[in-house]
Design a protein around this ligand. Structure first.
Ligand code: GUN
Length: 287
């Protein structure tokens, strides 16, 4: 039996439509939501991501401010720009595309964004609120993972969710959000002793390792849901996830493809966070 494919393009279109409707209401009430995106340097993957964010803004009726800074931008200059955007009442969301060039301090940059404009959900205030279950900006990729499961009506509460990877932007927050949905959560990482045995007991597998084909079909429990967060560029230029998709889809009950799975969800959730920020900052609505 072949798994049902979880179509990130379909689900992200549904979310973006909601964001667009709400952005339109904001515009009618005075001002369209506004997202400022900062890109430092010329990393080709980051350039693609930033271009896609700009296009999504256009499609959703969100004003997009783009700041392309040279690779040798100083920490002071970058912090000064963030400070200016923090103080600009017309800006609802600020996103500094990661990774930054080596000489810049990513933590200091993340911490400099005003928490109420932190549509990435990376600021320690928002991370803390997320962990304690308060309303806040949720990080876009992990929030997108939860939306996909909910859209497909895949039960989370009481299920065993195994997250592979413990990065600050995907693995750790994905574990926190699954826990918030009452899953029993295990986080596996490079030092986990018996990873295949643990994954084998998972009802939900979230793969965020950054290694193509890391999750093989023999690790999966038949019928499980597999969410592949990996985006790996292969030597031939094609994209592959962290999961051996062709073999895994014969075992899993649900599976996300790469591309066309989690990737589009990240941008849809960013649009939603920006719209929510605009609503909140104009005194309308909460998260
Ligand atoms: N780089 C990879 N993913 C992300 C993300 O979600 N936000 C930012 N700012 N940079 C990223």
């Amino acid at each position: 039996m072949s798994a049902e494919i979880i179509d990130g393009k379909e689900i992200s279109a549904y979310i973006k439509q909601q964001a667009a409707d709400r952005a339109k209401a904001c515009a009618a009430a005075g001002r369209a939501p506004c997202l400022a995106v900062i890109l430092v340097g010329d990393d080709p993957a980051s350039q693609v991501y930033v271009r896609n964010k700009h296009r999504a803004c256009e499609a959703c009726g969100v004003t997009s401010l783009q700041y392309a800074l040279p690779a040798d931008t100083t920490q002071e200059a970058l912090l000064a720009l963030i400070g200016k955007l923090n103080a600009d009442d017309a800006v609802d969301g600020i996103l500094c595309q990661l990774p930054l060039p080596e000489h810049l301090d990513e933590t200091a940059v993340t911490d400099a964004v005003a928490p109420e404009k932190d549509v990435d959900g990376f600021h320690p205030v928002n991370v803390g609120k997320m962990l304690s279950g308060k309303d806040c900006f949720l990080p876009c990729t992990p929030a997108g993972v939860i939306e996909m499961l909910k859209y497909k009506k895949i039960p989370i509460a009481g299920k065993h969710a195994v997250v592979i990877g413990r990065s600050n932007i995907v693995g750790k927050p994905a574990a926190a959000l699954l826990l918030r949905e009452n899953a029993t959560v295990t986080v596996c990482h490079s030092r986990t002793a018996n990873l295949p045995e643990i994954v084998k007991t998972a009802d939900i597998v979230v793969a965020a390792v950054g290694r193509p084909g890391f999750v093989t079909a023999d690790m999966l429990k038949p019928g499980c849901a597999v969410i592949d967060v990996g985006i790996n560029r292969l030597p031939d230029g094609s994209l592959a996830g962290d999961v051996d998709f062709a073999a895994a889809k014969e075992i899993a009950g649900f599976i996300t493809p790469v591309p066309g799975g989690v990737g589009p969800m990240t941008i849809a959730m960013l649009m939603m966070n920006t719209v929510k920020s605009a609503e909140k900052r104009s005194g309308k609505g909460d998260f």
